[in-house]
Design a protein around this ligand. Structure first.
Ligand code: SF4
Length: 316
């Protein structure tokens, strides 16, 4: 594409390990003549730089990242124009996740067909499943797409303490939560997770066992989106705060049954009405938690802030 410069944008929290590791690799690449002027006598010039962000989640949105890279506050841009036409400093820009670029050398070495055939139809290749929550061995697992969720769970040593699985968020906190009974039948690929009412998203898998209070989880998620909203659009800026305050009120024992529909109403008014996907990301957990676990919210409202999970444990 005739680009002569590239930037690896790494968020600020990763200063301790990924940044020095990448810098060392960069030095090796320059020393080996794989970067810089006239690479390997090809006549191609290409310089690659590290750029360390300040740690805002929203700078994972490509146009916010570009603004941040230009030294501005990282806020998503209106699209179009898209980065391919008007990107960094107004120049045509290609922008991808590091994980995608990291797959390229293997694909070039072994062929696109080989890579595609690692996974099922429509979900070729591998994903790095970043498993957290109630498992014995949380971590990052690079595996072919399409692996059954039960196999992934087994690789992680199973549910923590041998407890029962309650629910899974299969693709990062923004995608819809899936109850255990459904999740145990799904494979970790685009089509299967879509059929299960969720999405593979970033392949960050959050596992929750039977001791999890879903109201508390949703409050934690909504607090995250409230604090990471860049504040540009009113539905996201005001709506995320509204969601969080309502959930806090329910947890504090001051909730009303009508708050549950209020949560859905606010989420529905955010979804699809914002500049970037963070608004949708804030709305989807609310919609899915209330769809699958509404009884937990109702119980807490009815019992002055007590969790149904706690009641079940006391009864046991
Ligand atoms: S949706 Fe939220 S994060 Fe995205 S641009 Fe609007 S206010 Fe900012």
């Amino acid at each position: 594409m005739n680009a002569t410069v590239g930037y690896n944008y790494i968020r600020g929290e990763f200063l301790a390990e990924p940044v020095p590791r990448f810098e060392a690799a960069l030095k090796e690449a320059y020393e080996a003549g794989l970067l810089g002027k006239n690479i390997q006598g090809s006549g191609i010039d290409f310089d690659l730089h590290t750029y360390v962000g300040a740690g805002a989640y929203i700078c994972g949105e490509e146009t916010a990242l570009l603004d941040s890279l230009e030294g501005k506050t990282g806020k998503p841009r209106f699209k179009p124009p898209f980065p391919a036409a008007f990107g960094l400093y107004g120049m045509p820009t290609t922008i991808n996740n590091t994980q995608s670029y990291a797959s390229v050398p293997t694909i070039l070495r072994r062929g696109a067909q080989w890579f595609a055939e690692l996974g099922p139809k429509n979900s070729g290749g591998t994903a790095i499943f970043s498993v957290s929550g109630h498992v014995e061995k949380p971590g990052n697992f690079e595996l072919p797409l399409g692996i059954p969720f039960v196999d992934l769970l087994e690789l992680c040593g199973g549910v923590l303490g041998g407890r029962q699985l309650k629910a899974v968020i299969p693709g990062g906190s923004s995608v819809p939560v899936v109850p255990a009974a459904t999740m145990l039948k799904l494979n970790m690929d685009y089509d299967s997770l879509r059929a299960g009412g969720s999405s593979i998203g970033s392949a960050a898998v959050i596992v929750m066992d039977e001791t999890t209070c879903m109201v508390r989880v949703l409050e934690r998620l909504s607090r995250f989106y409230m604090s990471e909203s860049c504040g540009q659009c009113t539905p996201c800026r005001e709506g995320t705060g509204w969601l969080n305050r309502t959930l806090k009120r329910i947890l504090a024992g001051q909730g009303r049954q009508e708050d549950l529909n209020l949560l859905l109403d606010v989420a529905n008014r955010i979804e699809g009405h914002t500049i970037c996907g963070l608004g949708d990301a804030a709305a989807w957990p609310v919609q899915s938690f209330l769809k699958h676990f509404r009884h937990e919210f109702e119980y807490m409202v009815e019992h002055g802030g007590s969790s149904i999970v706690l009641a079940a444990r006391v009864a046991a």
